[in-house]
Design a binder for this molecule. Structure first.
Ligand SMILES: Cc1cc2nc3c(=O)[nH]c(=O)nc-3n(C[C@H](O)[C@H](O)[C@H](O)COP(=O)(O)OP(=O)(O)OC[C@H]3O[C@@H](n4cnc5c(N)ncnc54)[C@H](O)[C@@H]3O)c2cc1C
Ligand code: SF4
Ligand code: SF4
Ligand code: SF4
Length: 404
């Protein structure tokens, strides 16, 4: 039966939970708010299925075709609603227009994040845009299987580890009806931190919190802007454009609150088991030689023959320019290759989470802002002399040890 020696060895994909024929695995949540499998031992028949589907324990770098494009959805409203260029919606729309089903991460009524599925284009906005919180997978892998068994076309989008988890659950399928989409993944923040932040947002206003966007394009694509809307029409907006500080934004971008597996991510590679990998194309001008993509662009890496066939069919829905893969990864996709370093005070942060207020947490952990120029010079020097990766790995190992 599945046993997790260290928390970094479980990405929380829930493949084991769904695969267990005895339904004796459930998720148990730790003080950081992340779920780990808990087995009711008296019901377990030692079949070993849970171990065989685990994407972390069984990860093997896949072979992959790797063609690279910069794309932007032709519908400006879709680009506005999406994190980057609305690349995901292009594939999703194709599937929905062929009587298919699309799975992705959506908000619940109480703004928690979970995977769900849709069967019509009018529901697609639910799945659009990044939610910087670990999404609960629930029974979606089993639902994917059900739809595939019925002969339906299915698109599943998620983090690389969720997609690998599904791929293992489905026993490494080679099914032309299944389109797997993942993205360059920075890491997934704790749902408990998100809940604390939501309660704080709610406390700021008598009116109910209605919606939240992690990637609002109010000030343009180049700025990171988070926005919350209340039922009375008021909103709360914070943006890099105004150098605003915010508990959720700082907790995410300073790599404080990702799941332990994200600091030692097994899925870091330009090669994926998915058909398509998406990521932000900040350097769209440099990669395409035009300014056509400045409202938001998605870089896509196609990994399979199926995906290259698909791109020909969906080009009518998108502006699309072939790009140099190495350059695209170097400019915008470094997080495809490297895990983030854990925040030095991560352990202390989570110890304080239950007792300090959001304001007190901000004051204690995020009072300093911006990059330290001396630190940046040292980093550049270390990169030049080839010592950066070596030192980074040493620091990462030490911080991982302190975390557990
Ligand atoms: C937690 C997280 C970290 C990311 N880190 C990076 C990064 O470091 N660098 C980078 O270039 N890009 C990163 N991305 C991807 C990027 O933000 C865009 O999602 C990507 O560029 C595709 O954008 P799009 O406009 O094509 O489609 P969008 O409509 O924005 O795509 C949204 C897709 O992402 C899925 N999704 C949203 N939130 C989650 C979630 N919490 N868990 C699983 N799936 C989710 C949705 O289901 C949908 O399929 C990250 C995304 C997430 C969710
Ligand atoms: S060994 Fe089989 S029965 Fe036991 S927990 Fe794993 S999947 Fe379930
Ligand atoms: S990584 Fe996924 S399959 Fe493996 S133990 Fe964790 S939840 Fe289960
Ligand atoms: S960083 Fe790696 S382990 Fe973490 S959510 Fe992303 S793919 Fe999964």
């Amino acid at each position: 039966m599945i046993q997790i020696a260290q928390k970094k060895d479980c990405c929380g994909c829930e493949a084991c939970v769904q695969a267990c024929p005895k339904k004796c695995i459930s998720l148990s949540y730790d003080h950081e708010g992340f779920g780990y499998p808990y087995v009711e031992k008296d019901k377990c028949v030692e079949c070993g299925l849970c171990e065989r589907v685990c994407p972390v324990a069984n990860y093997v770098e896949p072979d992959s075709l790797q063609k690279c494009y910069v794309i932007q959805n032709k519908d400006p409203n879709v680009v506005r609603e999406s994190a980057s260029g609305g690349g995901f919606s292009i594939f999703a729309d194709y599937v929905l227009q062929h009587n298919g089903v699309v799975f992705g991460a959506a908000y619940t009524d109480s703004l928690e994040v979970e995977h769900t599925y849709i069967e019509s284009s009018s529901e697609l906005s639910k799945l659009r845009c990044s939610k910087y919180v670990q999404s609960r997978i629930g029974n979606t892998y089993a639902k994917v299987k059900e739809f595939l068994d019925e002969g339906r076309l299915v698109c599943f989008a998620g983090t690389p580890c969720q997609v690998y988890g599904l791929w293992m659950y489905l026993k490494k399928p080679n099914n032309p009806n299944l389109i797997l989409v993942d993205f360059a993944c920075h890491g997934v923040p704790s749902p408990k931190v998100w809940k604390k932040y939501l309660a704080w947002l709610q406390s700021k206003n008598d009116s109910n919190l209605k919606s939240y966007r992690f990637r609002d394009k109010k000030f343009g694509y180049q700025y990171t802007t988070f926005s919350a809307k209340y039922e009375d029409g008021t909103d709360y907006v914070i943006s890099d454009c105004n150098n605003d500080r915010d508990f959720m934004k700082d907790s995410f971008f300073r790599d404080v609150v990702s799941r332990p597996s994200c600091y030692n991510c097994k899925f870091k590679s330009v090669k994926h088991v998915s058909d398509v990998t998406l990521f932000d194309c900040w350097h769209n001008e440099e990669l395409t030689g035009t300014t056509d993509y400045s409202d938001g662009a998605t870089t896509i890496i196609l990994h399979t023959q199926r995906a290259t066939e698909l791109i020909d069919e969906i080009k009518v829905r998108a502006k699309c320019t072939e790009a140099d893969l190495d350059k695209a990864v170097e400019l915008d996709g470094v997080c495809l290759i490297y895990s983030k370093l854990p925040f030095a005070q991560r352990k202390e942060y989570f110890e304080d989470l239950d007792t300090l207020t959001v304001e007190e947490m901000n004051k204690k952990y995020f009072v300093k802002s911006g990059n330290n120029p001396i630190k940046e010079c040292i980093k550049a020097f270390l990169r030049k002399v080839g010592l950066f990766d070596w030192l980074r790995n040493k620091i990462a190992k030490r911080r991982m040890k302190n975390m557990s």
